[in-house]
Design a protein. Structure first.
Length: 104
């Protein structure tokens, strides 16, 4: 059963629920991007950054500044593709669960 972004974890897993949400949101956007028929110039950038987000989530300890950088690059790469807007929003919400990066 898939949960929507923002719900709390209800299983006995030790995985951080924020990581679970990030992995689910990234997976959904990757699937939708892979199934999207149109080619666009920055598609490769979006795919690379989604792979980077997934790799960070797998480690279980994503770096907030890197999460935000990847999100910005993905949004810039696919932001004008309206068919992907909902899945992109879910990734943004999942990244926001980690809070703001520390101020310098």
């Amino acid at each position: 059963m898939l949960r929507s972004v923002g719900q709390t974890q209800v299983t006995g897993s030790d995985e951080d629920p924020r990581v679970t949400e990030l992995r689910a949101a990234v997976s959904r956007l990757r699937r939708e991007l892979a199934g999207h028929p149109a080619e666009f110039p920055d598609r490769g950038i979006a795919e690379d950054e989604l792979a980077a987000l997934d790799a960070m989530a797998v480690t279980g300890v994503p770096e907030i500044p890197r999460l935000r950088r990847s999100l910005l690059l993905i949004a810039g790469a696919i932001g004008s593709v309206s068919a992907l807007a909902s899945a992109l929003r879910d990734v943004r919400i999942a990244v926001d669960l980690f809070g703001e990066p520390p101020r310098r």
